[in-house]
Design a protein. Structure first.
Length: 190
């Protein structure tokens, strides 16, 4: 019995030493693996609610195909004579707070934060590429977006994009005024 207890203790000690050694080796290999990454665009700042998401491809439906409540609020845009509806409820899901599109030949990015009720719509030059705008998370109670690889609060006036005019209206009003308009479709995550 005396030797069994010693053997058990030695076995546990050997396991602890081996685990410590392997953990140390794994940490060193991780450090080397990530040593040549580019600088962190956040400057090392930890966001209170990180939510970095890739840009997703969105589609549009006809008014008649959109199942919305009459009192749903719409972010309404008019681009080259075509009316577009971005329902807030379709920009409220995790990962869906930014919609970037080329509407006609105009790059547009619609950003909406349901936590702060802040809406911003950005545009670029006609014929230009899709805007590089994605959601990054929530920090200090504000929505953070990534624009061309740099973090900005959504309401920051120094964002290097032009603001685009929009209106907030009810679905009932918008669909009556624009029966041939296009409506941002619900995004289904795969």
């Amino acid at each position: 019995m005396k030797y069994s207890l010693r053997a058990l203790c030695l076995c546990m000690l050997a396991t602890a030493v081996a685990w410590g050694y392997l953990t140390y080796q794994d940490l060193n290999s991780s450090r080397n693996r990530y040593a040549n990454l580019p600088d962190d665009p956040t400057g090392g700042t930890q966001m209170s609610t990180p939510g970095s998401m890739e840009r997703i491809d969105r589609t549009f439906d006809a008014v008649s195909d959109s199942a919305l409540q009459d009192d749903d609020i719409i972010i309404a845009l008019e681009v080259n004579g075509v009316h577009y509806a971005y329902p807030k409820c379709r920009l409220s899901d995790i990962g869906a707070h930014v919609a970037t599109e080329i509407l006609g030949d105009i790059p547009i990015a619609v950003t909406y934060c349901n936590e702060t009720e802040c809406v911003r719509v950005f545009t670029g030059d006609a014929g230009g590429d899709r805007l590089d705008v994605t959601q990054e998370g929530l920090d200090e109670g504000k929505f953070v977006i990534l624009v061309n690889g740099k973090n900005f609060f959504q309401d920051d006036e120094s964002i290097p994009l032009q603001d685009y005019a929009f209106e907030l209206v009810s679905w009932s009003q918008w669909k009556t005024e624009h029966p041939d308009g296009r409506v941002l479709a619900d995004h289904v995550w795969e």
